[in-house]
Structure formats: structure tokens, C-alpha cells
Design a protein around this ligand. Structure first.
Ligand code: ADP
Ligand code: ADP
Length: 220
């Protein structure tokens, strides 16, 4: 199964991806996590990406497309993938379609998690993350011990780009550059919509049922 998660920042893509990769055993590629690791490690990719990320802007297509397509051609993704945060522009979606066609593969579905802008602001302002990328919320999904990851006990931090000014910028970028993908995938009959304002468990139940159906269809 080749799946994509789309939605505004803070919609709950990372939260749901964690559950879905467990349910379906899919390798997970989150461009935000890949880029943040590259920045932390000081690699060439990280150096190119940092200023855009700090400003809440998208990293240029030519910087990110090669990274993701290489990952999808690799052994780990050979039997399927769950992509989070890619594609984020129409040229990225076109590049992905072309690469999959060359591999003789196709997308199984595009999962859109939708939430309104004011909810995005509430969620991102309270988001805390562990070094390994596990996501919490100070009110909606608090860790068992304040500021400590439940899994590995590491200190939780607030992402630099989860500040109010940058959140607004990222939302504007989403509406301008990423939202056109909704029509793009709808017209290709790949889009499945989910109401991201429900509880994480509700959203998960809905997505899991849909993905199970997509898997059955893929097997036919
Ligand atoms: P994304 O990957 O789409 O940016 P995250 O999964 O990181 O979103 O979630 C953003 C914030 O919202 C996190 O703090 C997370 O704990 C919280 N969150 C995720 N899903 C829900 C939900 N259904 N209801 C309330 N808060 C949520
Ligand atoms: P969120 O899920 O909260 O929207 P991400 O962790 O997916 O945020 O992305 C963080 C930042 O990484 C983005 O604001 C952008 O600068 C960069 N980024 C991630 N994915 C892409 C992409 N596909 N194209 C360009 N930039 C990206």
C-alpha cells in the first residue's frame, strides 16, 4: 500500500501516522522529521533547509524532491509506504506520480485530515515533541510526567516553528501551496477526507477502517 497523509500543520498527521504504521506495518517517511534531523546533524540538506523552516516557508522543491524519491526507491519502501508532509506542492505531486509510474506502482489513497485554522493555532501552540519525534499536547495529549517522553523519558521540547507568528505563516503557506493538492487528488479519485476535529481515537478509527478497505481493493 502506498499512502499519503495531507492536511494543515497541526491536523494530527504525525499523531495518526504513529498508530497507522503499527496497524499496517508500513514504513513511514515524514519530510519534517527528515529535515529536522538533517538540521540537527548539520548535513548539506540541513544547511539548505534551515532558514526556510525557521521562517515557516517551504524548502524549495528541488531540495526536497530528490531526498524523498531516493527513499521511495530504496529497499525499505519496496512493499509500500506512508508519506507524511510530502507532497506539499503540485510540482512535488507530479514528481511523485512520475517516479511511481517508473517503478510500476501507484498510489493507494491520499488521506486528508482537515481542521480549521483556529484549531491549528491551539494545537501547535501546545505541541511538545521528543527527540525521536513522538508528539504530545500540553492539554489534549499530555505526557504522564510533565515535559518527559512516556516512551524514553527524554526531555520534551517546543519546536522553533511552533511560535505564533510562524504558525500563521505556515497556515498561509498551506492554503496557498498545499491545499491545491486536495483538488489534484480528488480529480484523480484518490482523496479520502477525515474530520480532524474529533478525538485522536475517533480519527484513528475512521482512517483505519478506510485504509483496511483500500487494502482489500488493492488485493482484488
Ligand atoms: P501534524 O503532524 O499534522 O502537524 P501533530 O500530529 O503533530 O500534527 O499534532 C499537532 C498537535 O495537536 C500535537 O500537540 C498533538 O498532540 C495534538 N493533536 C493531534 N491530534 C489531535 C486531536 N484529534 N485532538 C486534539 N489534539 C490533537
Ligand atoms: P507540520 O506537520 O507541523 O506542518 P512538518 O514537520 O511536516 O510540519 O514540516 C516542518 C517544515 O519542514 C515545514 O514548515 C517546511 O519548512 C519543511 N517541509 C516539510 N516537508 C516539506 C516539503 N514536502 N516541501 C517543502 N518543505 C517541507
Amino acid at each position: 500500500m502506498n499512502l499519503i497523509l495531507v492536511g494543515p500543520p497541526g491536523a494530527g498527521k504525525g499523531t495518526q501516522a504513529e498508530k497507522l504504521t503499527e496497524d499496517f506495518g508500513l514504513p513511514y517517511f515524514a519530510t519534517g522529521n527528515i529535515l529536522r534531523d538533517a538540521v540537527a546533524d548539520g548535513t548539506e540538506l540541513g544547511k539548505k533547509a534551515k532558514e526556510y523552516m525557521d521562517a515557516g516557508e517551504l524548502v524549495p522543491d528541488d531540495v526536497i524532491i530528490g531526498v524523498i524519491l531516493d527513499a521511495l526507491k530504496g529497499e525499505e519502501a519496496s512493499s509500500g509506504f506512508l508519506l507524511d508532509g510530502f507532497p506539499r506542492t503540485v510540482p512535488q505531486a507530479d514528481a511523485l506520480a512520475e517516479a511511481l509510474e517508473k517503478l510500476g506502482r501507484r498510489l493507494s489513497g491520499v488521506l486528508l485530515i482537515d481542521v480549521p485554522d483556529d484549531e491549528v493555532v491551539r494545537r501547535l501552540s501546545g505541541r511538545r515533541v521528543s527527540k525521536s519525534g513522538r508528539v504530545y499536547h500540553v492539554d489534549f495529549d499530555p505526557p504522564k510526567h510533565p515535559d518527559r517522553c512516556d516512551i524514553d523519558g527524554s526531555a520534551l521540547i517546543q519546536r522553533d516553528d511552533d511560535r505564533p507568528e510562524t504558525i500563521r505563516k505556515r497556515l498561509a503557506v498551506y492554503h496557498d501551496q498545499t491545499e491545491p493538492l486536495v483538488d489534484y487528488y480528488e480529480s484523480r479519485d484518490l482523496l479520502r477526507r477525515f474530520d480532524g476535529t474529533r478525538t485522536p481515537t475517533d480519527v484513528h478509527d475512521h482512517i483505519r477502517a478506510t485504509v483496511a478497505t483500500l487494502r482489500l481493493e488493492d488485493e482484488l
